[in-house]
Ligand binder design. Structure first.
Ligand code: UDP
Ligand code: MG
Length: 161
């Protein structure tokens, strides 16, 4: 497999990216997914679901005491989400840059939030913020068998091998 042919550190790093309910309602799923495809990351998991509140409370467990937490959960349960797992070198950190600042008013033009959103409470997309956080979130949102190990044919064009 490719893992034995590539010595790039962290090439198998994974992150959780989710199109939040506002992004789905606004028909942004395709454009958001395309950003990660065109960058060169590898899609290894993808599904649409209406997230149960229990799952969201685990996903956002560190924010439970924040004043915005009840409205955050209301927003996140207001419609379906599309959750994805993307794999590649430095994908956690690079994805955060591609997604942009939490507050869309501060997010750079060219980032997803910078290009598609205005207010912090409707910022269209989620991205894990650390490698450890990503592992936790991926396990929350996906069963192991839903994640596909596959060799992308352009791997050697994307990475130095
Ligand atoms: N959020 C909010 N108001 C705030 C801060 C955060 O509504 O003042 C929401 C927003 O949707 C954000 C999510 O809570 O994306 C999670 O917050 P976090 O600080 O983890 O930001 P993120 O990692 O999504 O950039
Ligand atoms: Mg976060």
């Amino acid at each position: 497999g490719y893992s034995s042919t590539s010595g790039i550190p962290g090439v198998r790093e994974r992150t959780l990216i989710a199109v939040k309910p506002d992004g789905v309602h606004r028909r942004l799923v395709g454009q958001i997914l395309q950003r990660f495809e065109r960058k060169g990351f590898k899609l290894v998991g993808l599904k649409m679901l209406q997230a149960p509140e229990e799952l969201l409370s685990l996903h956002y467990q560190d924010l439970r005491k924040k004043p915005f937490y009840p409205s955050l959960l209301h927003y996140m349960t207001s419609g379906p989400m599309v959750v994805m797992v993307w794999e590649g070198h430095n994908v956690v950190r690079t994805s955060r840059i591609m997604v942009g600042d939490t507050n869309p008013a501060e997010a750079r033009a060219g980032s997803i939030r910078g290009d598609f959103s205005i207010h912090i409470s409707r910022n269209v997309v989620h991205a894990s913020d650390s490698v450890e956080g990503a592992q936790r979130e991926i396990q929350l949102w996906f069963h192991g068998k839903e994640l596909i190990d596959w060799n992308c044919s352009d791997h050697n064009s994307t990475y130095q091998v």
